[in-house]
Design a protein around this ligand. Structure first.
Ligand code: APR
Length: 275
């Protein structure tokens, strides 16, 4: 047993994984922390640098774009740069390894695409993805973006020189990500505060929780609804809940530690080979 948990909870967690067939892994920003992507509410977290009232809703972002374009560039660099260079860590790989012996549905609040890149087949992206853009229309058109495209946008924003052409140059650089034109309004396919959760992902996630016999919640403060309803729905069904977090006790079986270490040890101890 690794040195980060009480041995009772550790053995309970190993047994719960061994005795389950259909697992929901409910993940938040903490699972990607060891891939270099900042969480939102930890000390020094993202929202401390970019207050959500300005940057977590479309009206606020439009205001910043109009009156503080350089601040918008700072925000976009802070969001895009870590995701452009991120690779899945051992936590994402461990979740994917669970598919060798279990039906696994990943329900993530993250927009970084790392679960899919680690090999998870069923991923519900409740808050959308920064690796996809949507253009208004009936129906809205969705297009994928690569991490290389995000990296190029960051590089060009960083090279912007400071003169009166600065704003039109910025709009040209972010064109693949943000654009208003004859074809409609193109923006990242993400869910901000005040938006409805992504569908069909939310409905599928509710069904996943309805059908599961184990829920593993990892790296989330559990403060943002309606996503945070999912562990409550599992509890109402008396499904065992394993919580993985270094700071915030969570779940009925709490494993105190970082996701990469805890999940790789848990998945190994319950019999899967983590690649
Ligand atoms: N491993 C596991 N958990 C970690 C790690 C780690 N290495 N590092 C931090 N954590 C935990 C923190 O202790 C905290 O409980 O991850 C959690 C991160 O919480 P938040 O920053 O609130 O992120 P999250 O829960 O994903 O936020 C939910 O809020 O702002 C919105 O849309 C945003 O999707 C986001 C939603």
């Amino acid at each position: 047993m690794p040195g980060f948990c009480s041995n009772t909870d550790w053995q309970k967690a190993v047994d719960a994984v061994r005795n389950s067939r259909r697992i929901v892994v409910f993940s938040g920003a903490g699972i990607s922390a060891e891939s270099g992507i900042a969480t939102f509410r930890d000390e020094g977290g993202f929202w401390q640098k970019f207050p959500p009232e300005d940057f977590a809703n479309w009206q606020g972002i439009a205001q910043v774009a109009l009156f503080q374009p350089r601040r918008l560039a700072e925000f976009l660099i802070a969001v895009l740069e870590p995701i452009a260079s991120a690779v899945p860590n051992a936590a994402h790989q461990s979740v994917a390894a669970l598919q060798q012996t279990h039906d696994v549905a990943v329900v993530t609040q993250n927009i970084d695409g790392l679960h899919q890149e680690a090999g998870s087949q069923t991923v519900r992206e409740l808050h959308g993805s920064l690796l996809r853009v949507t253009t208004s229309g009936h129906p809205p058109q969705k297009e994928s973006l690569t991490r290389e495209q995000l990296a190029a946008i960051v590089r060009d924003m960083k090279n912007l020189t400071g003169d009166w052409l600065w704003t039109p140059q910025l709009l040209k650089i972010v064109h693949p990500l943000l654009h208003v034109g004859a074809s409609g309004f193109r923006r990242p396919d993400v869910v901000l505060f005040g938006d409805a959760l992504a569908e069909p992902d939310w409905s599928q996630a509710e069904q996943d929780v309805h059908d599961c016999d184990l829920l593993i919640t990892v790296g989330t403060s559990g403060l943002v609804y309606p996503a945070a309803l999912l562990p409550e729905m599992a509890r109402e069904r008396r499904v065992p809940i394993i919580g993985v977090d270094p700071l915030t006790p969570c779940g009925d079986i709490y494993l105190c530690g970082k996701a990469a270490t805890v999940l790789s040890e848990l998945v190994a101890a319950s019999g899967q080979n983590v690649t």
